[in-house]
Design a protein around this ligand. Structure first.
Ligand SMILES: *Cc1c(COP(=O)(O)O)cnc(C)c1O
Length: 450
């Protein structure tokens, strides 16, 4: 399978190139040239299949031409070492809990899958990837908290790959920090004396520095990477399978609601829909960063600087995957902007919530049902409550475990929620990090010695 760029000015890429490069030469996002539909027999069988097997069938539709069946199956099975259960919250509203992975957030699946795919390529094509310096692929990732932990844990112990996580000193929560500073092995945490934007600038400068790129093979584990965003489609097939086995026969009135920031998660669900997944419509739930919401209302896309909110993993003012959604519904630019907008609004509606509304949703949901939402999931829950029509069944993604935001959740709900053992284990580890100035020369000199 070849991958084309949403900007249309870069050559087609192989899967390997799309994964290693992340972004196309014309700065567009890679898209698979075909989206293979899954068979009727598969959908009929799905409610009786386990998560890993459902996911393997989905992965095969995308990657089966490029990765042999046994390797792909290992890759999927090794990625999905946990379940993503559906819980009934109240009448007609279900929570799809995507937080049972190693760092208790939904980004775990994409990060784990991408790490294993890179390992597959290094083991099978040594000449293309292992040609320089330390012979490793070096992944650089800047984080304000959540991405760093998912990527570091996803890549932990994966041979042939070293990960450098850059984070702003004193600006990430202690729970987040311990998830990528206590790991050791092939993970190096770099504590930058600056803000998140400085970390991002250091990473970008490193990718552009010729001397450094001659010295070592650098790649990013950005959420726009096809190996990170596409595997998230597994979640939605699994969700439909679960709801179908709970509410058989198959319900054709399913509404899927996704709390969204960079729109990678919902985009993978939309790919699933193109493959035949029986979902009637989607809701993209935003916090106060309402750029996509405004696009749905007006047809105009106006990126803005991001606003800080309670649901901070969704604080995005220019969602990267917007380009993919437009590409998907414009048939790669063949349809006009109006037609594309019309097709998108007939399938997806939006919602936007202030911090006050998020808190209110968390409090009301807890009082009414006893279910503890995190601030991201709260946007999804509220959007379903407001928009679900009679006869419809709504599923919202609960994208993070509430304990990841313990201080906020405790304060809002007046609770002292328990920290799962997995998080506690990180907190007991010893912090190891390398202090770094925000000066690119310092960072470069450090990497040149690696
Ligand atoms: C990353 C993240 C989101 C947003 O997902 P996108 O794919 O960027 O839209 C939502 N909730 C949590 C907890 C996240 O970490």
């Amino acid at each position: 399978m070849q991958y084309y760029s949403t900007n249309g000015k870069a050559p087609m890429a192989t899967l390997e190139k799309a994964v290693v490069k992340g972004l196309a030469e014309d700065r567009g996002l890679y898209m698979p040239e075909r989206i293979n539909p899954l068979s009727k027999a598969f959908f009929e069988n799905m409610p009786n299949m386990k998560f890993q097997d459902i996911a393997y069938n989905v992965a095969d539709a995308f990657f089966g031409e490029d990765i042999d069946g046994d390797s792909l199956q290992d890759l999927v099975y090794d990625t999905l070492q946990f379940e993503c259960p559906i819980k009934k919250v109240k009448e007609n509203i279900y929570s799809l809990e995507l937080f049972h992975g190693p760092t208790l957030a939904f980004k775990d699946v994409g990060a784990r899958f991408m790490a294993r795919m890179l390992r597959y390529f290094t083991q099978n094509n040594k000449s293309a990837l292992k040609d320089k310096g330390n012979g490793l692929i070096n992944v650089l990732v800047a984080t304000s908290g959540d991405t760093g932990s998912a990527v570091a844990n996803g890549f932990l112990g994966v041979e042939g790959i070293h990960v450098y996580v850059l984070y702003p000193k004193g600006k990430v929560s202690p729970i987040q920090e311990c998830q990528f500073t206590t790991l050791g092995q092939n993970i190096t945490a770099i504590e930058v004396d600056g803000v998140f934007d400085d970390c991002q600038r250091l990473v970008k400068s490193a990718f552009m520095d010729e001397e450094l790129n001659k010295h070592m093979k650098l790649t990013s584990a950005n959420s726009i990477n096809v190996a990170r965003f596409l595997p998230q489609a597994f979640y939605y097939f699994n969700a439909v399978a679960q709801i179908t086995s709970q509410l058989s026969p198959l319900n054709s009135q399913l509404v899927m609601c996704v709390p969204s920031g960079n729109f990678g998660n919902i985009c993978s669900a939309l790919f699933g829909h193109k493959m035949g997944l029986p979902v009637k419509r989607f809701i993209a739930a935003n916090n106060a960063n309402d750029i996509f919401y405004n696009y749905l209302q007006t047809g105009q896309y106006n990126p803005k600087p991001s606003k800080q909110t309670l649901a901070n993993a969704m604080d995005v003012g220019d969602p990267s995957n917007f380009a993919r959604i437009i590409n998907l519904y414009s048939e790669n630019g063949k349809l006009s902007a109006e037609e594309t907008h019309q097709r998108i609004t007939s399938l997806i509606s939006g919602a936007t919530y202030s911090d006050e509304q998020i808190k209110e949703a968390m409090r009301e949901c807890y009082a009414e049902t006893g279910y503890i939402l995190d601030p991201h999931g709260a946007c999804g829950y509220r959007a379903l409550e407001e928009q679900l029509k009679p006869g419809e069944i709504g599923i919202f993604c609960e994208t993070a475990h509430p304990a990841k935001f313990k201080e906020k959740v405790d304060e809002i709900l007046g609770l002292d929620i328990e920290i799962p053992e997995r998080l506690q284990a990180f907190m007991k580890g010893k912090k190891q990090s390398i202090e770094m100035s925000k000066n690119f020369e310092d960072f470069k000199q450090f990497l040149m010695k690696e």
